[in-house]
Write a protein that binds this ligand. Structure first.
Ligand code: SAM
Ligand code: SF4
Length: 359
């Protein structure tokens, strides 16, 4: 139902979900996001892509003065919530690199109208901050975990951090974050051999594990379609694995809890754990996308693959009123892209990569 004042695009989609990036910085170098390690470069050079020879990385982080302050973020979130947004996800870069992220969570948790306040993190620093985040009012957390093998984890993330991430996931469960979700990006010939063990891990630990197709959002622009393991292929393998092993009845489809859900879900017959498959490349869900993004430097993006960003920060810093900003947002939302064009001849990758956009 459309609430008065809701943000509606020209395709009739009502926006409910705001992703807020707290920083573009990251303490990991995932090879699908910031492929700056030798291992990442070796992988890409050896696999389909035409990677240039290793060159020193000349990327610059967004200067701190250009990052939105917590007060600015709080104001923007209030404005969005007054216009129908009910879900807020804090992301990055690595959101926990932003000092005192729990203070922001505390401010946002008090805003009435937010039904779901969540965070996506790589988990490396989470254990140190988990209690403060929980006390501040964070209810849900999603972790990235692409490998259960220490060496492969390091190859994929550029950091020897598997133990820290596993400890963080266990602590999140212990502290009552629910549901605890784990995201794994699957890349052919890197971690596709771990699909089954990741699913077993989900069942064993009673987690929701979501397999995500690799999207062309890496900073090296080295993505190739051959690297994508499609959702269909992942599911077929998991069904065979489930039937062969502990679950003769196979995986059971779970009805989506909302029509804008990006993942298709399956449960194990014994009711422990869940599998989700997010297939934006092979089975796009743009038709019911209800998301909008705020980058750490205050740009609004109406699609993950937008090639245009809209400058909110300058409006916030030059005295625009809430009414003026709301009118401007309504205009921008009207222009939300109908769909992405991955795999089509006219596809243009966004200038900034996933860590800057906010996944
Ligand atoms: N640093 C945090 C983390 O990794 O969870 C939050 C930001 S990260 C950009 C958010 C999500 O985007 C992660 O789950 C990550 O796996 C996913 N991601 C990053 N690059 C991707 C890509 N090229 N294709 C698909 N998913 C990607
Ligand atoms: Fe960092 Fe997350 Fe990107 Fe990995 S996926 S490099 S953890 S922002």
């Amino acid at each position: 139902m459309t609430r008065p004042g809701s943000l509606v695009d020209s395709h009739g989609r009502i926006l409910r979900d705001l992703r807020v990036s707290l920083t573009d910085r990251c303490n990991f170098r995932c090879l699908y996001c910031l492929p700056e390690t030798e291992a990442a470069q070796n992988f890409y050079r050896g696999h389909w892509a035409q990677m240039p020879d290793a060159a020193p990385i000349a990327r610059q982080w967004v200067p701190r003065t250009q990052l939105l302050s917590f007060e600015e973020i709080e104001r923007v979130v209030r404005l969005f919530v007054a216009h129908g947004i009910t879900k807020i996800r804090l992301t990055g870069g690595e959101p926990l690199l932003r000092n005192d992220a729990d203070h922001l969570v505390g401010k946002l948790a008090k805003i009435s109208g937010i039904e779901d306040l969540a965070m996506t993190t790589n988990g490396f620093l989470f254990a140190q901050k988990a209690r403060a985040l929980r006390e501040a009012g964070l209810r849900r957390v999603s972790f990235s975990l692409d490998s259960l093998d220490r060496d492969n984890f390091k190859k994929m993330t550029g950091r020897d951090g598997l133990n820290e991430v596993l400890q963080s996931i266990a602590l999140a469960q212990e502290l009552g974050f629910a549901p605890v979700k784990v995201n794994a990006v699957v890349i052919r010939e890197i971690n596709d051999h771990e699909i089954e063990s990741l699913a077993d891990f989900a069942r064993e630990k009673n987690l929701s594990l979501r397999f995500i197709e690799f999207m062309p959002l890496d900073s090296a622009r080295a993505w190739q379609k051959e690297m994508v393991v499609t959702g269909k292929e992942i599911l077929a393998r998991l069904q065979v694995h489930a039937t062969r092993n502990t679950q003769p009845a196979g995986l059971i489809p779970v009805q989506p809890d909302n029509p804008s859900s990006t993942s298709k879900r399956w449960s194990f017959p014994d009711g422990r754990g869940e599998i989700g498959i997010i297939a934006p490349v092979s089975e796009p869900f743009c038709g019911h996308c209800n998301r909008i993004r705020l980058t750490a430097d205050g740009k609004i993006r109406t699609c993950l693959f937008s090639v245009t960003e809209h400058d909110l920060r300058s409006r916030l810093r030059t005295g625009a009123s809430d009414e003026q900003i709301a009118a401007w947002l309504r205009e921008i939302v009207l222009g939300k892209e109908a769909r992405h064009h991955i795999g089509e001849p006219d596809f243009v990758a966004p200038e900034r990569s996933m860590s800057c956009i906010g996944g």
